[in-house]
Design a protein around this ligand. Sequence first.
Ligand SMILES: Nc1ncnc2c1ncn2[C@@H]1O[C@H](COP(=O)(O)OP(=O)(O)OP(=O)(O)O)[C@@H](O)[C@H]1O
Length: 457
Amino acid sequence: MSSEQIPTEPVDAPSFLAQHAPHIDLTRLTKTPRPHSHLTVILNPSAGSRHAPQLWTNLVQPILSYFLSSARNTSWLDWSGEVEGTRDARDGERIGREIARQAKEGRKEVLLVFGGDGTVHEVINGLLMREDGSVREGIEVELVLIPTGTANALYYHLFPPESASYPPSSPLSPLYSLLSFLCPAHSSTSSPHPLPLALNALPTGKKVLTTVVSSTALHACLLHTAERLRHERPELEGTERFKVAAREEAGRWWDGRLILHHPRRYDPSTKSWVEQGEEEVVRGPFSYLVSSLVSRFEQTFLVAPFRSPLSPLAPVPGEASIDVIAIRPLRRRATRALVETGKEDQAREGFVGRLWEVTGEIYDGGRHVDAMYDDEGEEGSEGKGKSVVEVWRCEGFEWVPDTQQSSPATDASQESSDSDSALKARLVCLDGSLHDLGPNGTLRVEALAGRGVRVWA
Ligand SMILES: Nc1ncnc2c1ncn2[C@@H]1O[C@H](COP(=O)(O)OP(=O)(O)OP(=O)(O)O)[C@@H](O)[C@H]1O
């Protein structure tokens, strides 16, 4: 969201809506009675470009106040009138725990969240994860999202910018979820959708819920490097740090085993899923390995396009599934030949170019999933060989890294220390937070369904 989309002073809600959303009448009585709900407004003031307080005061609060004072029946919605600001890193978990403590049977907990994916992640974990690692059930939660983070992957997944219904440049763009909640009657598709979740078990016994991504390899390591750059290169703005970090990490490969549970594999030649049985073991090295519950990690980084609500292969609502996306360099013949003749460094260096091409295709509408090598294992426009990128949809998976075989960086001038290199072989990223699996550690991930969390879209 750009700063131009945030009013510099409080809007007059009726005029704002009349100008930008004439099809929405917030004062209209909904035909069906709405369930008793309790609203908590949660605001992370430091997410993204720190615009949340201004967006609340000048846009969202006026619209919410107008709704509460003008709609004919709002007695179903309790709100104290207060905003819960996150006070520090990880404070979203405290707020989530507090909401769980105060939740009442027969009442929905509606959470209006100003922040990015990290804020949603913390609130959900505080709300649903018990200390003993079990997932709390029985609380009915509805999320209403205001995208004030950096990437806002979940938000743009629900409201794809490429859809004519959700233009990202519109002044309404940060309000799509809120308007669905306040006025479900305005569109036949407005409803609270089940929120896909994944339960991640770390070797320490800790369990973490994710709503966006569990990853390793390049994705996890570039986040790690980007964190270092935050201090070393403060001049890098926005997502620029991630691009510099990606260049540093691109020559690295990760060894290990991926064990997929009940996978279906995407076949680009038929554009459909193919069942793979109960289990499939996929061996490294990997250049890229992410599992995703959403279609994108940024507005236009469409890494898992089949999860998009616009895709014919989209999961059915409430389905417990995760999409896994992998790039394995040895599927490319030229790279394999170099490795087989002992020219590993050259192979890694050569594969970096291929990786950038795939990245370009991800940004270009998610075309990467259909790229194929030809019969010889080379790139070809009409390839009939192996897919360049592998995509599975599964119910869960295990990642068992081979921590003895971390690969050096391509460029010797950027080579990390031994301990940093070993750490990078073991790192996993769970919705942006990084965890070290330790030597011989395994990450276990399970898709969950029906945990009572819904999101307005
Ligand atoms: N008051 C605060 N001061 C400092 N950090 C905070 C505060 N409140 C929350 N945080 C931290 O801010 C971090 C960033 O939040 P969030 O992930 O929502 O935004 P983002 O990283 O900009 O967006 P995205 O995850 O969508 O890219 C979270 O990890 C959270 O712990």
